[in-house]
Ligand binder design. Structure first.
Ligand code: MG
Length: 367
């Protein structure tokens, strides 16, 4: 792998929390990726909502397929910019591990339940999972990942929480940037969900080609597709448009970021962290992307069909939280005993770890 001096390098890493011997066949970022793939939290992403609740249909994205799409896009960008592809893949596969059942609705509800006990934030929960909640090794809790993987996973963090996190929280206090690989994954996440939500939104009947065509980016790509494919082809037409949108967003990002990197000329990852964000779109693409996000919010995320699901998801989370808070014996002994946290935090960890269907089934038994 050819790496620029601004790319993260496992050989000059800030390392793991618990020292471990290295291995000959894989670099440390590859090992991190493999640890994530073998984790229980990763497997559960298969049954967690992206936008549509898991049982609404087998064709829609789940957190797992979303994470795989993010990793594909992130790896392409990392390779083009000569950054560390394995680190980008690791961060992408882990970036949503901390999501509750029922997507953002679940997170909002759990955060509300936890308001007197330190709140709940899915980014911080992703870090909790890899740092302590996964139990796989005899010598330590968590997956004992490299600093750079953990830094990338913690995308946002309040100053209050950052102060409790040691080295990993410092960048939120000093307002510096993470590695380029982490910056790449942040944007790859957005490229993935904008485009797959268009696809899922169309398949679900919430979005039409007409409505989507009010967006500059969609309309520009659709115009090209109309040259050889009729709108009446439905899914195929949408797929042809979406693949072009991904291509244009990724290409714009790569060319613009290459220019930023050249202009700022970082000589090391520490330089990268001190500089302004170097991975970003051109102003024109930024405007088109924002326009699409606003459209998706109104047409899809706030659509009454999605909103009805959101309301029922929130009440399920509230119901489960009350049930566990009423009686400590409702939480499995083994789960309780492995934690040194306060009881409300144990409840929050237990609910956050549930899949959509487990949460629904359990809530149905406690009515
Ligand atoms: Mg995501």
């Amino acid at each position: 792998m050819v790496l620029k001096n601004y790319a993260s390098d496992p050989l000059v890493s800030r390392g793991r929390l618990h020292i471990e011997p290295g291995t000959t066949n894989r670099n440390a970022f590859q090992r991190d990726r493999d640890r994530i793939i073998h984790s229980s939290a990763f497997r559960r992403l298969e049954y967690k909502t992206q936008v549509f609740v898991n049982h609404e249909g087998d064709m829609f994205r789940t957190r797992l397929t979303h994470s795989i799409e993010v990793s594909q896009i992130a790896r392409s960008i990392a390779r083009a910019l000569e950054c560390h592809e394995d680190l980008a893949e690791t961060i992408a596969l882990a970036h949503d591990l901390g999501h509750t059942p029922f997507g953002h609705a679940g997170q909002d509800a759990l955060n509300q339940c936890m308001r007197d006990f330190g709140g709940f934030e899915h980014n911080l929960q992703s870090l909790r999972i890899v740092d302590s909640l996964e139990k796989r090794y005899a010598h330590c809790d968590g997956l004992n990942l490299m600093f750079e993987s953990r830094e990338g996973i913690l995308k946002h963090c309040s100053i209050t929480n950052a102060k409790t996190l040691g080295a990993i929280g410092e960048r939120f206090i000093h307002k510096t940037q993470p590695s380029l690989e982490a910056q790449i994954v942040n944007i790859a996440d957005e490229i993935a969900y904008i485009n797959h939500d268009i696809d899922d939104g169309f398949r679900s009947g919430l979005l039409t080609i007409d409505a989507l065509s009010s967006n500059t980016l969609f309309a520009t790509c659709a115009k090209e597709v109309k040259g050889f494919c009729s709108e009446s082809n439905g899914e195929v037409f949408i797929n042809e448009v979406v693949r072009r949108m991904i291509h244009w967003m990724v290409s714009d990002l790569i060319i613009n970021s290459q220019e930023h990197i050249q202009n700022h000329h970082p000589q090391s990852t520490d330089d990268v962290r001190r500089m302004p964000p170097l991975i970003n779109y051109t102003d024109s693409m930024l405007t088109q992307k924002q326009q699409m996000k606003t459209f998706l919010r109104h047409a899809m995320y706030e659509h009454e069909r999605v909103a009805a699901m959101t309301d029922s998801a929130k009440s399920t989370v509230h119901q489960l939280f009350q049930y566990f808070m009423q009686d400590e014996s409702h939480i499995p002994e083994a789960f309780k005993n492995q934690s040194k946290d306060t009881y409300p935090r144990i409840v929050s960890d237990y609910i956050a770890g549930m899949t959509d269907r487990f949460a629904i089934q359990l809530a149905a038994t406690i009515v």
